[in-house]
Design a protein around this ligand. Structure first.
Ligand SMILES: NC(=O)c1ccc[n+]([C@@H]2O[C@H](COP(=O)([O-])OP(=O)(O)OC[C@H]3O[C@@H](n4cnc5c(N)ncnc54)[C@H](OP(=O)(O)O)[C@@H]3O)[C@@H](O)[C@H]2O)c1
Length: 273
């Protein structure tokens, strides 16, 4: 399957290992030029070299701490200055500190807010002007199953990542008309980042290799249709820039007819008679 990623440019955070690395690999295999970031220079350089050698793709590595706003500015600036455009953003970083709701310290709260909430807004804000310039883009936010239910010691993950879900929905409504689609991925424990954790890269229906199923947040689209289109929307850039979101806005049902899907996203449903 041709995902139409040839010569697209993707930025992937937290990319020296795990899910981030798997995303970078898949994007590179599909012909995208990839910019990878994580904190440990040696690990990142090794990953970039291995992806380059395996795929023949141009891979740019920029080491830095994505908790810092300046690293994000530098990352997006380096990507666009090297490749002249930016099409795909995989917002991924390390997890927030482990803590219980009552026991979390001020320091843990501060780290969680930087890493697992503000990070997503900052990456999007820096990247979107470049996406608009070339007619659209795709933003994939890597979250966690804590958005569904609390998990012991992961209170800060749930709090911040639920905030990202709300942010992604608002952002999607704001930038959909510019051809930019925003989706979230909520990996569960079994998702171990493709080949690097010994798991196969499933190409499940509605799934992105190494990412699994992606929940899109553009407009109030029917959940099933939304999932079925996720792979195409988030990776191929195949829809005419701007056309899909306008079509969705036109199809949006009146407010009284909207319902909530099982995972809490708004989805259209027939009005009760
Ligand atoms: N894997 C799963 O099954 C699963 C399940 C639920 C949620 N998640 C979430 O998905 C994300 C990725 O998980 P993973 O399992 O792939 O993690 P991982 O294997 O530990 O990899 C994390 C990557 O992010 C980098 N990183 C960590 N903190 C960073 C920071 N502040 N700035 C820049 N880079 C940073 C790490 O490199 P450096 O340490 O060198 O920076 C590494 O490359 C995490 O947020 C995790 O909470 C994963």
């Amino acid at each position: 399957m041709d995902l139409e990623l040839k010569d697209k440019v993707a930025v992937v955070g937290g990319a020296s290992k795990g899910l981030g690395r798997a995303c970078a690999e898949v994007l590179a295999e599909e012909g995208a030029r990839v910019v990878v970031c994580s904190r440990t220079q040696a690990d990142l350089d090794r990953t970039a070299k291995e992806i380059r050698e395996a795929t023949g793709t141009d891979v740019l590595a920029l080491a830095g701490d994505l908790d810092n706003h300046q690293t994000i500015r530098d990352l997006i600036a380096a990507a666009t200055s090297r490749f002249g455009r930016l099409d795909i953003l995989v917002n991924n970083s390390g997890g927030p500190p482990l803590a219980r709701a009552l026991g979390a310290t001020e320091e843990q709260w501060a780290t969680a807010l930087q890493r697992s909430l503000l990070f997503f807004a900052r990456m999007s804000r820096e990247a979107i002007p470049h996406m608009k310039r070339h007619g659209g883009g795709r933003i994939i936010n890597i979250l966690a199953a804590t958005v569904y239910q609390p998990i012991p010691n992961l209170a800060l993950s749930g709090v911040t990542r639920l905030g990202v879900v709300a942010f992604a929905k608002s952002l999607a409504d704001e930038v959909g008309r510019d051809g930019i689609l925003v989706g979230t991925r909520r990996p569960r424990r079994r998702d171990r980042g493709g080949t690097h954790r010994g798991a196969p890269r499933a190409r499940a229906p509605g799934g992105v290799p190494g990412l699994g199923k992606v929940q899109l947040h553009h407009g109030h689209h029917h959940a099933g249709r939304r999932r079925a289109r996720a792979l195409h929307h988030l990776t191929a850039g195949g829809a005419r820039p701007g056309s899909e979101p306008r079509e969705q806005a036109a199809n949006r049902p009146p407010a009284g007819q909207r319902g909530r899907s099982r995972d809490g996203d708004e989805a259209p449903r027939p009005a009760r008679s």
